[in-house]
Design a protein around this ligand. Structure first.
Ligand SMILES: *[C@@H]1O[C@H](CO)[C@@H](O)[C@H](O)[C@H]1NC(C)=O
Ligand SMILES: *[C@@H]1O[C@H](CO)[C@@H](O)[C@H](O)[C@H]1NC(C)=O
Ligand SMILES: *[C@@H]1O[C@H](CO)[C@@H](O)[C@H](O)[C@H]1NC(C)=O
Ligand SMILES: *[C@@H]1O[C@H](CO)[C@@H](O)[C@H](O)[C@H]1NC(C)=O
Ligand SMILES: *[C@@H]1O[C@H](CO)[C@@H](O)[C@H](O)[C@H]1NC(C)=O
Ligand SMILES: *[C@@H]1O[C@H](CO)[C@@H](O)[C@H](O)[C@H]1NC(C)=O
Ligand SMILES: *[C@@H]1O[C@H](CO)[C@@H](O)[C@H](O)[C@H]1NC(C)=O
Length: 305
């Protein structure tokens, strides 16, 4: 009896020992796997670490919601556009792709689905006046900016880019224009701007910022590099420049300034008539609505030089 007892106890402790060893080995293996996985994840993360913010959360819902809102309430003339299809083509253009290697061909199917034009005399281009120009178009429905077209409306303030590995969308970061030009957003905005400019007709306007040190007109802006070269001289007669300065801002460029003179000569060479107005009054009054007590506003000066 005692002998049997001891042998069973030995067997018990052997089983226990083996059990503990298996447990330890498992822990070590799991730990190694975790560390290894963490390592590879880290290096692949580093490869995809860009300087701009990553893809907007719930991108699909945002794009789809904006698309349906646009074709339902903003511009019901476009009610026949297929928002589901539009989202699918946007997605196809960038997911699982290198975010520095996007081409206009990637977006061509989207352009074919979402392309539309703006009525004559209504196109309003802008550069460096994002806030003011959209405050203006919200109150004056005679003018439409790129952000009032379907493509601009869907993408305004949203970002997206892909990555080759699953899930094919990079929510952490996206490349800035300075990191690589052929990123999904830059290519999208260039394409949308080109469409907007090509469709313009009659008299078009551009609102520029006269309080920019580098000059109100910059030839590397979207307006200076894409839009002016896609205006069609057969369709567009006149380009009206509205040069807006900050209320109470430091003295800066006027309609006779150097960069505006350069812009005028580029446009005239392309056979457009050009006019320029300093502090275009309807917009200036809007600026004054936010700053009514400022000295620049009390007499409502309409400074034409
Ligand atoms: C995994 O890597 C991150 C840094 O990328 C580090 O903060 C974390 O401690 C690591 N985890 C383990 C278990 O090593
Ligand atoms: C970019 O795409 C082209 C063709 O789509 C391919 O030949 C090229 O190798 C790609 N470049 C990078 C850096 O992925
Ligand atoms: C956009 O549509 C117009 C007609 O609606 C057409 O003339 C133009 O070529 C189209 N542009 C593109 C880039 O598809
Ligand atoms: C556009 O403006 C020009 C000049 O003001 C005018 O002659 C023309 O009739 C306008 N076109 C439309 C469609 O309103
Ligand atoms: C001009 O640009 C500056 C800097 O981007 C901005 O703060 C200012 O509001 C702009 N002025 C106008 C009139 O849009
Ligand atoms: C842009 O303007 C600068 C002068 O301000 C000029 O040197 C440069 O060549 C221009 N670039 C283009 C693409 O026209
Ligand atoms: C501008 O108009 C003139 C004469 O009407 C024409 O010879 C020239 O080719 C036009 N230029 C452009 C860029 O359309």
């Amino acid at each position: 009896m005692p002998f049997q007892n001891r042998s069973s106890r030995t067997r018990q402790s052997t089983v226990l020992l083996v059990g503990i060893m298996v447990l330890i080995l498992t822990i070590v293996a799991v730990l190694a796997a975790v560390l290894l996985a963490n390592g590879t994840k880290e290096t692949s993360m580093q490869l995809l670490h860009w300087k701009d913010r990553g893809t907007t959360k719930n991108l699909q819902e945002v794009i789809l919601g904006r698309c349906y809102n646009y074709i339902t309430t903003v511009n019901p003339e476009l009610r026949d556009k297929d928002c589901q299809k539009i989202w699918e083509t946007i997605q196809k253009a960038f997911i699982y792709k290198n975010p520095c290697n996007i081409t206009t061909e990637d977006y061509q199917p989207l352009l074919d689905l979402a392309n539309h034009t703006v009525p004559c005399n209504k196109s309003l281009f802008w550069s460096k006046t994002n806030d003011l120009v959209h405050r203006y178009t919200k109150t004056n429905h005679n003018f439409l900016t790129l952000e009032d077209t379907l493509l601009g409306y869907m993408a305004d303030g949203v970002s997206w880019c892909g990555k080759p590995s699953s899930p094919g969308i990079n929510y952490e970061s996206c490349p800035k224009w300075s990191e690589c030009e052929s990123n999904p957003l830059s290519v999208y905005w260039k394409m949308a701007s080109k469409m907007f400019a090509e469709g313009a007709c009659g008299v078009v306007q551009v609102m520029l910022n006269g309080s920019i040190d580098a000059g109100a007109f910059r030839n590397n802006s979207i307006f200076g590099s894409v839009e002016i070269f896609n205006l069609d001289p057969e369709k567009v007669s006149t380009v009206q420049i509205w040069l807006m300065q900050n209320i109470g801002g430091p003295p800066s460029e006027s309609c006779t300034g150097r960069s505006i003179t350069r812009l005028k000569s580029i446009l005239e060479e392309r056979n457009f008539s050009v006019s320029c107005e300093d502090n275009y009054r309807p917009v200036h009054l809007l600026q004054c609505a936010s700053d009514p007590d400022h000295a620049d506003c009390t007499l409502c000066p309409n400074s034409v030089q």
